[in-house]
Write a protein that binds this ligand. Structure first.
Ligand SMILES: C[S@@+](CC[C@H](N)C(=O)[O-])C[C@H]1O[C@@H](n2cnc3c(N)ncnc32)[C@H](O)[C@@H]1O
Length: 239
């Protein structure tokens, strides 16, 4: 009997998969198959996160305690908003716990970011644009953030070296932002794609942060070049 029900369930899920794959290109089919098998995609749906990337930040924060209640956080490249969801919970910016200090989360993206209780979003804004920096200075308490997060990524061109260089340039621009808005002793977490310029980014970060480490969370796909630099204890550059 149980064998019959197992076969029926298998047949049902195979039919659903076939329906989903119908009319898709081979590349889209590969992507869809991977999404449907991915435990983090399933978990993000079950826990109402906007995408699976939430688990990378949860994992990093569980280990390094980056986000504390009361902190002001800037989330660069925030759309669709999963990292901001994590940050809102951890800094208590939606005041889910009235006993704890209230934090602030400001998310920025070139794209539209759907609203989220406890977060302030700057949609259609470029993180590298000085006009965005000016908006941040106005929004943040005393113009300062405790943490800058960046999961920013350019649209992939398919040319690995070129995409790597573009993302490194975007990460380097975060140091200009840090000089304007990051508190002394503040932290920066930024995604990069590994490649020849990763050392240059690490060196530049080390010139203004006392500690810089490379992270590859378990929830980051093994076959991806994605890595994170966690830079802590910001100090102003010596002129
Ligand atoms: C991988 S997604 C971020 C996912 C997000 N962390 C989340 O958990 O929902 C990368 C985002 O970076 C944004 N982005 C790329 N360049 C940007 C820039 N110069 N300024 C602002 N956002 C940028 C893209 O529009 C894209 O939405």
């Amino acid at each position: 009997m149980w064998m019959f029900s197992l076969q029926r369930r298998y047949l049902h899920s195979s039919l659903c998969l076939m329906k989903k794959l119908k009319g898709k290109t081979p590349a889209e089919q590969r992507w869809l198959r991977r999404q449907l098998k991915d435990p983090y995609v399933k978990a993000s749906q079950a826990q109402n996160f906007r995408c699976r990337s939430a688990f990378k930040l949860l994992e990093i924060d569980d280990k390094f305690r980056l986000l504390q209640p009361g902190y002001a956080v800037v989330d660069c490249g925030a759309a669709p908003g999963a990292w901001s969801q994590v940050a809102v919970q951890r800094v208590n910016s939606a005041v889910t716990d009235p006993e704890l200090p209230r934090g602030m989360v400001v998310g920025i993206d070139l794209l539209n970011i759907p609203p989220l209780d406890g977060a302030h979003f700057l949609s259609s804004c470029d993180v590298t644009d000085p006009a965005t920096h000016a908006k941040l200075l106005e929004l943040l308490p005393h113009g300062k953030a405790h943490v800058i997060l960046s999961d920013m990524a350019p649209n992939a061109s398919g040319f690995r070296e070129m995409d790597h260089e573009r993302l490194i340039t975007m990460c380097l621009s975060l140091i200009d932002l840090a000089e304007k808005i990051l508190q002394p002793q503040g932290s920066l977490l930024c995604k990069y794609w590994d490649g020849i310029l990763a050392h240059k980014l690490q060196e530049t970060l080390s010139s203004v942060f006392s500690s810089v480490r490379t992270l590859k969370p378990d929830s980051s796909r093994k076959d991806s070049a994605e890595r994170y630099f966690l830079a802590r204890m910001f100090r102003r550059p010596v002129n």
